[in-house]
Design a protein around this ligand. Structure first.
Ligand code: ATP
Length: 593
């Protein structure tokens, strides 16, 4: 289970009554504030409870839920299992103040929210013309996802997520209500595990088909129901009013509409998507997310932390759910299992250690575990930002990021595609590896340049950094001195790699009794017209004229890449074009610009 430290990450309790602690209320007090549970205080009947409004003399408003006599065991179970929530309040979960017992009757007392429940708003919209605008709906979805993520983190499955259990305060902030049907997973049981149960609870139209038919209880049941709520927010139509033919459910209908490019038929036209492209993109991405949430089998669904991340991305204008969905949030236990308890060490970098692993679906992965000293708030925020960016970037020459661990977990890890042949550095500089032929080296140069051009063309890559990061011998001196990073800093580092490919020397080497950087060494030699001192001797003696011409042209290009000031360097696009030209033989030594 989680530590006290981790709780700090969650929002603090809000609301005027939050000072009230979970307690047993005298029945007579509740009778008094609800005017003896009279009709004028009745908020409504639902399932096996009736709700009443009450107001204490100090102005604190409450809702009292009276349970039918034969259902009081449900409340008792809830109190026993979930009472811990009282000590961990959340701004998007209706606060529970306490309960009362009177003869055979049981009552639950909780926070009152003046704007009622989401279902009532959506339903009344059909009759009236009032509507909740799209952006408010998106915020309601975010608030709800936030609450469910919190519950799941604490091992609690809500089991009855639906729009009538989402309450709205005066500002239309949403709070999840009616947790009395929730189930707390036993301590020590991983939150991502699935259990088989015969105790099926939920509301028609919202229940996960796998829970309903196979009894598979897991946090993914709530994810399914949340997908249904998203459909309701998009369409202003409650689940029970969707017209479905026999073999169809909401998920298949939604997928069919997305595939046939007929999604607009499901969207509420009053939300303004026809005249506002931004709203249309947001609603389309939200519909795609709803479809993801309702996938079967359960494993295919994102977890709530991931859903929340996607929704925040949609709100910020990043609509690419297709690429975001590729990023998975792994549980620590899952990675422990995949890496055989971090048993196969692959290598160590500046930020963490890398371990080999194999996921359940057979994919081989490299799991990078951050060093403890890097686990500061700032690096974690940076980590979150970078994973968001990386998840959007896909290129055949970029190592794919498959996912990361939850940000609630106190060990931060990144899960990458495993590259079986290790690093270029190993092949160039370790004696155990055979010598890489020139043509292979040249192809590696072109593929690396292609990846960098792709990165530099991407809008997601930012150029703000105060502390130079990287390995000293590869770092652009301009960047090192000024702290201002630019595309040209990568061009410099790439130039160093080109010199490594030509010379087989490491980025820092001994010259006499001193260490010098390969870039400085090679630049000096080329200026002195001693190119041969930079080229691997085996290429000098064993290569034909064509290869020597190529190597000479690449050396000239590398020279330009490591020039200072940075304005003298070519862009990565020019570097790639030049390399392509060298490959085709259309670039001679003098033609490199
Ligand atoms: N996706 C991967 N597949 C296979 N091996 C990998 C993978 N990623 C990293 N490694 C191995 O793990 C080592 C450490 O990698 P890591 O990315 O942490 O650091 P680095 O790239 O060496 O340095 P830095 O921290 O400066 O980026 C690498 O040198 C490499 O041998």
């Amino acid at each position: 289970m989680c530590s006290r430290e981790q709780f700090k990450r969650w929002p603090q309790p809000l609301g005027r009554c939050s000072k009230l602690k979970w307690r047993i209320f005298p029945y007579k007090d509740l009778a008094k504030v609800t005017n003896n549970f009279d009709q004028s205080h009745c908020l409504g009947k639902r399932g096996f409870t009736t709700e009443y409004y009450g107001k204490f003399e100090d102005g604190c408003e409450i809702t009292v839920q009276r349970f039918k006599e034969d259902k009081r065991y449900i409340l008792q179970q809830f109190i026993n299992e979930t009472v811990i929530l009282n000590y961990l309040p959340h701004k998007n979960i209706v606060s529970i103040y306490g309960y009362a017992s009177h003869h055979e009757e049981s009552l639950l007392v909780h926070e009152y929210l003046s704007n009622g429940n989401l279902a009532a708003h959506l339903q009344s919209e059909i009759a009236k013309s009032s509507k909740i605008p799209w952006l408010t709906r998106l915020d309601i979805a975010i608030d709800t996802a936030n609450a469910l993520d919190y519950l799941h983190y604490h091992g609690i499955i809500h089991r009855n997520v639906k729009s009538s259990n989402i309450l709205l305060d005066a500002n239309f902030s949403a709070k999840v209500a009616n947790l009395h049907l929730s189930r707390k997973l036993p301590d020590g049981v991983p939150v991502h595990a699935t259990h088989v149960t015969t105790d099926i609870i939920g509301s028609g139209g919202y229940v996960d088909p796998e829970y309903m038919t196979k009894g598979w209880l897991s946090v993914k049941n709530d994810v399914y129901s949340f997908g249904v709520v998203l459909c309701e927010l998009l369409s202003s139509k409650l689940a029970k009013y969707w017209v479905l033919n026999e073999e169809e459910n909401l998920a298949t209908l939604l997928n069919r509409k997305i595939e046939n490019q007929a999604l607009v038929e499901l969207l509420d036209p009053r939300l303004g998507f026809q005249s506002n492209l931004k709203i249309k993109s947001m609603m389309t991405a939200t519909a795609e997310l709803a479809a993801l949430c309702m996938q079967c089998p359960q494993d295919l669904r994102p977890n709530m932390e991931h859903v929340l991340e996607i929704l925040n991305g949609i709100k910020q204008g990043r609509y690419e759910t297709n690429s975001i969905k590729a990023l998975k949030i792994f549980h620590h236990a899952e990675l422990e299992e995949a890496t055989n308890n971090f048993g196969t060490f692959v290598g160590k970098g500046g930020y963490g250690s890398v371990y080999y692993g194999k996921l359940q679906d057979g994919r081989e992965v490299a799991v990078k575990r951050f060093h403890d000293e890097n686990e500061t708030e700032k690096t974690i925020n940076q980590f979150m930002k970078e994973t968001e960016i990386l998840s959007l970037l896909h290129h055949q020459n970029l190592v794919s990021l498959y996912g990361r661990t939850s940000c609630h977990c106190n060990k931060h890890m990144l899960v990458y595609e495993y590259i079986s042949n290790g690093t270029l550095s190993k092949h160039l500089h370790e004696s155990s590896c055979g010598k890489l032929p020139w043509q292979t080296r040249f192809n590696i140069a072109i593929e690396t340049a292609a990846a960098l051009v792709f990165l530099h063309d991407s809008d997601y890559v930012t150029h703000v950094s105060t502390i130079p990061v990287g390995t000293r011998a590869y770092i652009d001196p301009d960047y090192y001195d000024s702290g201002r990073v630019s595309d040209k800093s990568d061009v410099y580092s790439f130039g160093v790699v080109l010199f490594e490919l030509i010379s087989s020397n490491p980025p820092r080497l001994m010259e006499g009794t001193d260490y010098v950087s390969l870039a400085q060494f090679a630049k000096r030699k080329i200026l002195n017209k001693e190119l041969n001192a930079v080229v691997d001797p085996s290429f000098l003696f064993g290569s034909d004229k064509n290869i020597m011409e190529m190597i000479t042209a690449v050396a000239e290009l590398a020279f330009q890449c490591v020039q200072c000031p940075k304005e003298l360097r070519p862009s990565m696009k020019q570097v790639l074009d030049t390399l392509e030209g060298i490959r085709k033989g259309t670039w001679g030594f003098n033609q490199v610009t």
